[in-house]
Ligand binder design. Structure first.
Ligand code: NOJ
Length: 585
């Protein structure tokens, strides 16, 4: 039962019901990107043994769960999201025995492990795909989405894939640029790939495919993992007839394959068959999901526990979408985050994040990584850890790591950026990288993938070899060793905040009330549970701002602030650049 009450003229707040909290609601998750976390064997690529070496660090930081990006066998076209064997560990990362040691190491420290699973698609090297392309009559023949395509005018030479005279079955686009269809010479048909052409989409409409997925998930759960992060899991159902999408859409076809007709039914089945039997957490990566959609996926009767949504990290998209830069404003950020906070208050649960392996560093993106790196990094930390939902911290975020610079296109590793930027350059007739450099540096997923900065030595303590991606030169100042030793560091602030959240149920479960929705510089909100009220005040400006919070209690206690000498106010709050304060009364 929920109780609705009006809290101000423009905010209606749904009050959270008494919750019988699941463990994952109270958790703070730390994301480990194995390629870049810690390399134990000097090949320049992070590995499982390297992660094991750093478990004491994660325990010290106070996080409860590790989300491990894919470590399965894979040709690594998309850094592991192209899986060729779901039950094996990729050689470069180590062995199954090391993976087991990692799981035990986490469990010994009272931490849990969430595996990342991509089952919208596999690698083209997966035996299912190899068999499917070889023999349509085999039991794998219908494991993927094959079509003969349309007849095309053979005299028209365009860039669509396929032999002369044939065109793809529809106009859907791959997220990585170009048609979502590739022609396979062996089977002489098109197959669908919403991502890279080496990541063919599985045909979830085939019950045998779903069985395979349920079995492999059960296999991992039986090995003792604590949950899954499910990659692009709302894309698994494609509508009958595969209709054309709006050609002007940002991702052509997405109105058909996002939250497709059977998506919920498939996930309900997955829940019933597998997930309901384990005390595991499931977080769905849900591109373009609406608040209502997320409520359905993650509400009390929904198949998943929590949802990654992306509205807040799309605020800086330009008119033409992701590969353009747009302006964002604080009122917009507040509106988006508050919409999700109140929208899921009485059903559903958010996975809170500002960074991950696909997003630029938040301090460079929405903060100020030059003059106010410390203040803006800790301000975002405060926001992340004081909202309702389960916070996810991406490796290096706790140091305030920044975007690096990319001198040339050759410096890029990310397949998404390389493809999309090449296409963009062709379309716009750009030959000089400098003309597009600002956009690349703003948007590329490589921003988040530079090696973790452990210390100030040459390779940042990440590897003894040549790192697969250069370390950010600012590792001399921004690194774990320094930050652990310095009480005022971003890292120490994260640690205190994680602690604070762990001992303050109001921050996890309390309701949320936005103050000053239209204020250009200040983001302030109250969290309330039973008799406790917490007030969070964040100055997003690089200048000073004074604000009078109605009903602010002069006897309020400052729980935490990102400037050392903050005191409890009587009267208006005078906030310094990117100042963040958490009060309790
Ligand atoms: C989302 C993942 O986070 C991203 O890294 C990947 O490229 C796509 N899904 C495709 O699996």
């Amino acid at each position: 039962m929920t109780d609705e009450r009006t809290v101000s003229d423009d905010t209606t707040l749904a009050v959270a019901p008494d919750v019988n909290a699941a463990w994952w609601q109270d958790a703070v998750v730390y994301q480990v990107y194995p390629w870049s976390f810690n390399d134990s064997d000097g090949d320049g690529i992070g590995d499982l043994a390297g992660i094991i070496e750093r478990l004491d660090y994660l325990e010290w930081l106070g996080v409860d769960v590790v989300w491990l990006n894919p470590v399965y066998e894979s040709p690594q076209v998309d850094n592991g999201y192209d899986i060729s064997n779901y039950r094996a560990i990729h050689d470069q990362f180590g062995t199954m025995t090391e993976w087991e040691r990692l799981l035990d190491g986490l469990h010994d420290r009272d931490m849990r492990l969430v595996m990342d699973l991509a089952v919208n698609h596999t690698s083209d090297e997966h035996v299912w795909f190899q068999e499917s392309r070889r023999d349509p009559e085999s039991r794998f023949g219908d494991y993927y989405i094959w079509r003969l395509g349309r007849e095309a005018d053979p005299s028209v030479h365009d860039s669509t894939p396929g032999p002369p005279g044939r065109a793809p079955p529809n106009n859907w686009e791959s997220h990585f640029g170009g048609s979502a269809w590739a022609w396979d010479d062996c089977r002489e048909a098109y197959y669908l790939h919403l991502y890279h052409d080496r990541q063919p989409d599985l045909n979830w409409a085939n019950p045998a495919v779903r069985e395979e997925i349920y079995e492999l998930m059960e296999w991992w759960l039986e090995k003792g993992i604590d949950g899954f992060r499910l990659d692009v899991i709302n894309l698994i159902s494609k509508p009958e007839g595969l209709p054309d999408g709006n050609p002007d859409g940002d991702w052509v076809g997405s109105e058909h394959f996002v939250d497709g007709p059977q998506a919920t039914a498939y996930l309900d089945e997955l829940h019933e068959r597998v997930l309901s039997r384990y005390d595991a957490m499931t977080v769905g990566e849900l591109p373009d999901v609406s608040i209502q959609g997320a409520r359905e996926y993650t509400g009390p009767d929904g198949p998943l526990d929590m949802a990654f949504s992306f509205d807040h990290v799309q605020l800086d998209f330009g008119d033409s979408g992701r590969w353009a830069i747009g302006d964002w404003s604080l009122p917009e950020l507040k509106a988006v985050l508050s919409g999700w906070q109140t929208g899921l208050a009485d059903g559903g649960w958010s996975a809170l994040f500002f960074e991950n392996h696909d997003q630029p560093r938040i301090v460079s993106r929405f903060g100020d990584d030059e003059r106010f790196r410390h203040a803006s990094a800790t301000l975002f930390a405060t926001l992340l850890l004081t909202l309702r939902g389960t916070p996810f911290v991406y490796q290096g975020q706790e140091l305030g790591m920044t975007n690096p610079s990319f001198e040339s296109l050759d410096a890029l590793r990310d397949v998404d950026t390389i493809r999309n930027v090449r296409m963009l350059m062709e379309e716009r007739g750009i030959t000089d990288y400098d003309e597009i450099r600002e956009l690349v540096e703003h948007r590329t997923r490589d921003n988040a993938r530079t090696p973790m900065q452990w210390d100030a030595t040459d390779r940042a303590g990440f590897t003894s070899g040549e790192p697969w991606m250069p370390v950010n030169p600012n590792h001399r100042e921004i690194n774990v060793a320094d930050a652990q030793a310095r009480p005022g560091s971003v890292l120490q602030f994260y640690r205190r905040l994680i602690d604070l959240r762990a001992e303050t149920p109001t921050l996890v479960h309390g309701d949320y009330e936005l103050l000053f929705p239209n204020h250009e510089s200040v983001y302030a909100y109250r969290r309330r549970l039973d008799d406790e009220t917490i007030l969070v005040v964040l100055n997003f400006d690089d200048g000073y701002t004074s604000i009078d919070v109605p009903g602010a209690d002069p006897d309020a206690t400052l729980l935490l602030g990102n400037y050392d000498d903050t005191t409890t106010p009587a009267g208006p709050l005078d906030l310094r650049p990117f100042e963040a304060r958490i009060y309790e009364r």
